[in-house]
Design a protein around this ligand. Structure first.
Ligand code: FES
Ligand SMILES: [Fe+2]
Length: 375
């Protein structure tokens, strides 16, 4: 990165603007600024409340600024705490599951579902009060069954962050959704390449030529820290299964008129994509690992009434096939894009009119890094 990079071309109106300079995708220094100015105060997606139906069910959430556990207690409450023992900081769990309590693998301190220290063997000679050594709690909020955590107590609350997204998506009745599948991917590419790709339909006729095919999209007016691309359905079916495939499931019964005609590909800044389609909702949980590596979890959700259908397993296979196929195609192109940037010689190009969400995201990133810190 040069001493004083020039971002003025990114700041111009869409059709005059250039994309972010190459170093924004390859520089450790830029990535560190993103970690400090964006991810340290961000709402990190943790999973769905329906994935934790029983007392003791827990999820492990790894982010670039901290690692947490989200757990259901016996009173139906949800808790989030750091995934680090209060004795000498050992990581407690690597994957989600269900447990009677969290037993540290080092010296066997045991914590309850709400993070309280229950026992600390061999500590009798030490003067200390167990109540002072609960796991460190992390701020947790939910909307529509989606769980979010934040490591910064000074951040805006979740509903302020989401702005008018809950109103726009209320017809999808998100509370009634059930997550039925997750798919895990590791992508050798910067996180912005992954979310940028998910926010434009300009590429679908080429990258997904033999699968999704070309798509028509529109912009969406939003308030709050989110944006969306609205993709129209050309047939009387959702785009959650591949064109020509059997439309397996009925539309969500409470959809409004606009929701019946298309799909919102949202971004909840910085990089969570919730996709609201006519018959299902899916997410792209994009989490940066390093400047050139990103973890991606794709999760698929259906209304409770759909999951109860006799042909659910059979019908859901078409959706799972679509998510796996299109995601693999998108991941491959993001890795190609990263390779194209690695020599450091790439000069930023221009945007098409279909890339308004990419332009908005890139400007949002610059706002966070170089603007006044607003959380
Ligand atoms: S580090 Fe956990 S019990 Fe020692
Ligand atoms: Fe794509």
């Amino acid at each position: 990165m040069s001493d004083s990079p020039d971002y003025s071309a990114v700041r111009k109106p869409l059709l005059e603007a250039s994309a972010l300079p190459g170093h924004c995708y390859t520089s450790d220094g830029f990535f560190e600024m993103e970690r400090d100015r964006i991810f340290s105060g961000a709402w990190h997606f943790a999973g769905r409340t329906d994935e934790l139906p029983q007392a003791g069910d827990f999820l492990v959430v790894d982010t670039v600024v901290g690692a947490a556990i989200v757990c259901r207690d016996s009173e139906n409450g949800l808790h989030a705490f750091l995934n680090a023992c209060r004795h000498r900081g050992t990581r407690l769990k690597d994957t989600g599951g269900c447990c009677a309590g969290f037993v540290c693998p080092y010296h066997a301190w045991v914590y309850a579902h709400d993070g309280r220290l229950r026992s600390a063997p061999g500590m009798d000679a030490t003067e200390f009060n167990k109540d002072d050594y609960s796991l460190q709690s992390v701020w947790l909020e939910t909307w529509g069954g989606f769980i979010f955590i934040n490591f910064d107590d000074a951040a805006s609350n979740l509903l302020t962050w989401l702005g008018d997204l809950p109103d726009t998506m209320q017809g999808h009745d998100p509370e009634s959704l059930v997550c039925t599948r997750r798919f895990d991917f590791t992508i050798k590419a910067n996180w912005k390449f992954v979310i940028e790709n998910a926010l434009e339909a300009y590429h679908t006729g080429t990258v997904h030529q033999t699968t999704l095919g070309a798509q028509r999209s529109e912009s969406v007016a939003t308030t709050g820290q989110w944006d969306a691309l609205y993709v129209l359905s050309d047939e009387q079916k959702s785009i959650a299964t591949l064109p020509g495939e059997f439309q397996a499931f009925p539309f969500i019964h409470s959809l409004g008129e606009k929701a019946k005609q298309g799909t919102w590909f949202t971004v909840i800044y910085p990089c969570l994509q919730l996709v609201f389609s006519q018959d299902c909702v899916w997410w792209l949980d994009i989490k940066p690992v390093s400047v050139n590596e990103t973890s991606l979890v794709v999760g698929g959700c259906f209304p409770t009434s759909t999951v109860a259908l006799e042909n659910f397993t059979q019908g859901a296979a078409a959706y799972y096939h679509r998510w796996q196929t299109a995601t693999a195609e998108d991941n491959a192109i993001a890795e190609n894009q990263q390779k194209g940037h690695m020599a450091g010689l790439h000069a930023a190009g221009r945007f098409s009119s279909a890339e308004h969400c990419v332009h908005a995201l890139d400007n949002w990133v610059l706002d966070q890094i170089f603007g006044e810190l607003k959380r």
